[in-house]
Design a protein around this ligand. Structure first.
Ligand code: PEP
Length: 258
């Protein structure tokens, strides 16, 4: 099955020259891994237009979108606007937006509906919550999952990419903790089970479920050894082209051997 690696650049880097400097080395090496794997980078929205001319084999994603397709919402960007810059994926429900920007489950659900309407692919993060502890992840993920899909039919659910991304494992969180490959696999199987109830087991198995939380060149092997982990959502390491490339290449290597 195809693997998907998404780089979430967050509010980095500072300049478009630096952004090109991160993207180009990956872009130039993509011919080595294209068979079973897709690579996406999600830069800050202002860099999407200029990077659109630089990215040919790496696809572009956005870090946010409005739940409206136009109109009076100061500061927001619509899905149709993103599509003009060849954006394919949109990250939704990221813990930083849930925790620091007040994004509610209701808002996330509306955004998912709008993204699907615009024929973009939502990458829905589950596991982001300020207080949730390691042993409380299943109920949290279950609640966020049901809130995310509540207004969707089976066909729409099938178009979503999910990412298990526990807040406590994100590299920039104070005292962040390591999530083992075994833990990531367990929660990914849990999401797959939730999906099975909605779309059936066979279809659920064909959907992509990623892991995110301090994935980098030093620990990527821990995640690639589980075929149930369909790829990674990578934050800090995606800003270093050497580190990001090793993550990409390791998922590729595992995918051709599985
Ligand atoms: C993220 O915040 O999406 C993320 C996965 O960050 P990091 O890899 O830096 O933990």
């Amino acid at each position: 099955m195809t693997k998907l690696i998404i780089g979430n650049w967050k509010m980095n880097p500072e300049t478009i020259e630096q952004a090109r400097g991160i993207l180009l080395p990956i872009e130039h090496k993509m011919h080595l891994v294209q068979e079973n794997l897709e690579v996406c980078v999600c830069p800050p929205a202002v860099f999407l237009a200029p990077l659109n001319h630089t990215s040919h084999n790496v696809v572009l994603g956005a870090q946010n979108v409005s739940w409206l397709d136009g109109g009076p919402l100061t500061g927001e960007v619509s899905g149709s606007q993103l599509k003009q810059w060849k954006v394919k994926y949109v990250i939704l429900g990221h813990s930083e937006r849930r925790i620091y920007l007040g994004e509610t489950e209701e808002m996330i659900s509306k955004k998912i509906v709008q993204v699907l309407k615009t024929r973009l692919v939502p990458v829905v993060c589950l596991g982001g919550d300020k207080a949730a502890k390691k042993d409380e992840m299943k109920p949290l993920v279950t609640r966020q999952f049901h809130a995310a899909i509540k207004n969707l039919d089976r066909k729409q659910i099938e178009k979503i990419v999910f990412a298990y991304e526990p807040t406590w494992a994100i590299s920039t969180v104070k005292n962040s903790e390591h999530a083992s490959g075994e833990h990531a696999r367990e929660l990914i199987l849990h999401i797959q089970e939730l999906l099975s109830h909605e779309v059936g087991e066979a279809r659920a198995k064909n959907m992509l479920i990623l892991y995110g939380g301090t994935v980098n060149k030093n620990n990527v092997h821990e995640y690639t050894k589980y075929p149930e982990i369909d790829g990674a959502l990578v934050g800090a390491a995606s800003l270093d082209p050497g580190d990001f490339w090793e993550v990409v290449h390791e998922f590729y290597r595992e995918s051709i051997h599985s």
